[in-house]
Write a protein that binds this ligand. Structure first.
Ligand SMILES: [Zn+2]
Length: 276
């Protein structure tokens, strides 16, 4: 036994990704006495401004958006009982193809080694047993999510790898159910100018998912964490579901295990299987 607490480190791109992708596991493991560390790489300045103003529109002030999203992130962390929030503070690169991709200070243009060195310092400080981030495609192709994957992989090399490393993912069965609910909700989705959200080909066939973590008991916290990020238009869909439906649909968080030194048998239902 060591005197160091078991530690989960989640590396995310923007304020709100911690809630959508890993809100359930952050809340669950904190409740189980595991130390949770959230690293958020960018300031989210390309997100929606107050009143839903989109980046590039009149009245979108990136610095004000970043400040608002920082407050939202802190509120979300409080709900999820995140033990330590570390912000790397890189500029939000916007969606693929936006001018913000190449703006000075954007996360996308930051050399991988430079950002990875900072993340590796955090890994040396917290010595996480489990590290979670996105897959090489950033789950859905967002440049900052791709970059989060790249710096995490590099930081693990620099700091000496963690016992278990995971990429977040979603099983195709869940994506299909999710699409149904979105269409259902879309029926009374009447915001002017809003379009039916598209469901790109993302996630994995169910049989390729290695790790299914039941977070049903923490669905309320996950919902409330997302509600803390209500300024972001894409979260409104989740919030429209209501807590009960949201928990039913989002009550399991799924991962692909990409590194393991424990030998825990797959499929597993616990990120810490083999560690306690
Ligand atoms: Zn994001």
């Amino acid at each position: 036994m060591t005197d160091r607490p078991l530690t989960l480190m989640a590396v995310h791109a923007h304020p709100d990704d911690e809630a959508t992708g890993t809100g359930g596991v952050l809340a669950r493991y904190a409740a189980e006495g595991i130390r949770t560390v959230l690293v958020t790489c960018t300031d989210g300045a390309c997100g929606d401004g107050p009143g839903g103003v989109k980046p590039g529109e009149a009245g979108h002030d990136p610095a004000a958006v970043a400040a608002m999203r920082r407050q939202e992130l802190e509120a979300s962390c409080e709900v999820l009982k995140v033990g330590h929030l570390e912000m790397l503070g890189y500029g939000d690169s916007g969606m693929m193809g936006w001018a913000a991709n190449d703006a000075p200070g954007s996360f996308w243009t930051t050399p991988v080694d430079e950002a990875a060195a900072r993340l590796a310092d955090l890994m040396r400080q917290y010595r996480p047993d489990v590290v979670v981030t996105y897959d090489e495609n950033g789950f859905y192709g967002h440049p900052d999510h791709i970059q989060a994957n790249r710096i995490t992989s590099r930081a693990l090399e620099l700091a000496g790898t963690a016992p278990k490393v995971y990429w977040t993912t979603a099983p195709h069965s869940m994506m299909a159910r999710f699409g149904e609910v979105m269409r259902e909700l879309g029926a009374d989705w009447e915001e002017p100018g809003s379009e039916e959200p598209e469901m790109p080909e993302i996630g994995l066939p169910d049989e390729e998912i290695s790790t299914w973590v039941d977070t049903t008991g923490f669905g309320g916290q996950k919902f409330d964490a997302l509600a803390a990020h209500a300024s972001q238009g894409e979260n409104i869909f989740f919030l429209k579901m209501g807590k009960e439906k949201f928990t039913q649909l989002m009550g399991v968080e799924t991962f692909v295990r990409v590194h393991d030194t424990t030998g825990a048998e797959l499929p597993e239902n616990d990120l810490f299987a083999g560690l306690r």
